[in-house]
Write a protein that binds this ligand. Sequence first.
Ligand SMILES: [Zn+2]
Ligand SMILES: [Zn+2]
Length: 315
Amino acid sequence: MPGLFLSHNAELRCPDMHCDLHMHSTASDGTDAPSALAAIARSINVSAIALTDHDTTEGLPACAAACAELGIDFVPGIELSCDPHAKGLRPPRDTIQSDRKLGTLHILGFFVDPGNARLLDIHHRILRARLERNPQIIRNLQGLGVEIEYDEVLALAAGSGTKIVGRPHIAQVLVKKGYARSAQDAFAKYIGEGRPAYCRRDTLTPSEAIEAIHDAGGLASLAHPIQLRYADDAELEFIMERLRDAGLDAVEVRHCDHTPPLVEQYTQLAQRLGLLVSGGSDYHGSRKSVAMGSSRVPRDVFETLRERHTRFSGR
Ligand SMILES: [Zn+2]
Ligand SMILES: [Zn+2]
């Protein structure tokens, strides 16, 4: 079969060298159908893939079937969004500025059961939270006498081209209508944590995510650590230790956002903490410029995780 997929790139000619354990389909925010991913992997000689859609396992059966047909090893996965400032996760700091970039904490699950009740429950909980939170903030603002409609926020968000509507858009409307001098001012006066129009977001804690992934029979890996926006290496290590203590199995070392020095740093950190490594492109189809397979993750990474999973499920 490899002869059918000749490439001018010598590295790509070897069918068994690489895997890609992080990608998205139309089941979340990717542009390729789950069933289309296997053929792309095959065409670039990536021999194992994990589909890791945001907060859903919906695409897994179709992707698994396509992979089986083309002889690609398939890892049923998920990527769960967690609270990047969960209690106790970061070292205590004196001040938290309202304009501090919050960071992102995503946990990948590998080898999960797509029909696991706890994962499905999380999926519904997150959908509900997304749908309910913004309108609630608007109602809170209206209750304070602010003349604002949710449609104004939606229109502004649509104009900015983003798919996810959030507080920054609400802040912009408040500025535009003269209720605040700046976005920071809008957060400080109305919509920041603890302010009168604030509405708590129902987010998963990292521990809940790790437990749910384990409950679904999977292994948990911290996705793209760089996106945590840690203040320094000490904070990164602090966070990683908390996650390891919560049961984390691995760290995503290779990722499109990681420079070679970061890959090296995260690899060493994983080793020091006794964690496995994972890696992937975070391919989203044509929505982003990152190509499948571009993180050049050695197939060994997949083999090691599979081996650990086999032992884990035998427990
Ligand atoms: Zn992510
Ligand atoms: Zn992702």
